[in-house]
Design a protein around this ligand. Sequence first.
Ligand code: SAM
Length: 262
Amino acid sequence: MDPSEIWLRRWHDVRPGATSRAFLRGKPSTYEWLADHARPGDRVLDLACGDGALLSLLRSYGIQSAVGIDMSEGELAAARARLGQEAILVQGRAQALPFEDSSFDLVTCHLALMLMRPVEEVLAEVRRVLRPGGTFAAVVGGRIAAPTEDAWTMLVRRLREEPFEGPSIGDPRTYGEEGLRELLQPFVNVRIEPIHVDLSGTPDEVLALFRETYDVTRMVPARVSVLEEALRADWQALLRPDGMLPCSMGVRRITAATEAFR
Ligand SMILES: C[S@@+](CC[C@H](N)C(=O)[O-])C[C@H]1O[C@@H](n2cnc3c(N)ncnc32)[C@H](O)[C@@H]1O
């Protein structure tokens, strides 16, 4: 198994729900965008379901047959607490899905595909478990230029100067549209759209996001405090009269289908 997978699993075991804490308040909602692909009666797999934020939304949309899979027991325990005993939650790796061929009409994946290696194995598994003519809908983090300078661009600039220890994560081809199109070649009707998710908040709220990024958790606490002070100073010029900081994160929304006949 790739060392980054072991690192990621431990990370999520001790910090379940970090992604939903940030993105449930994002505008537009990337969870809603994914849930909107489900039709009544669809069998849905939420790949790398984390603490079950998307599964909960699917349930509120009346989707009865949704399954979540994640490799992190910590995330799955949080999902169980959110969704209750009746939820179908499976521990497993996206590279080896424990499901029959053609078991799902829709596979969703929120902010996880860019962490997975080898990503080709994951996409082959997604194709295998989707029925012919099924849909894969994913939201993927990546390198997307921000339209204007905001709290997040300043934060990324500061982080670039920091040395990090530990394994590299994911496949860099998922960070850009060209690489994604190459990886998604076995699918049809591929659509990729960059968007910016508004995560504006008070400086404390934005710092809470910062503290739960993979990079920051690899830094020594004293260094994090120094960086936070520097960021608070950087952000003074951006603060709105209502005390809020503009902050957005670029992601790509992807839809792809399996061929109707195979
Ligand atoms: C950034 S979190 C996103 C969680 C959830 N989709 C959400 O957006 O709220 C990434 C999730 O992917 C899971 N994950 C990463 N690589 C995985 C793999 N190869 N197989 C299964 N789960 C994986 C992690 O355990 C973690 O829960």
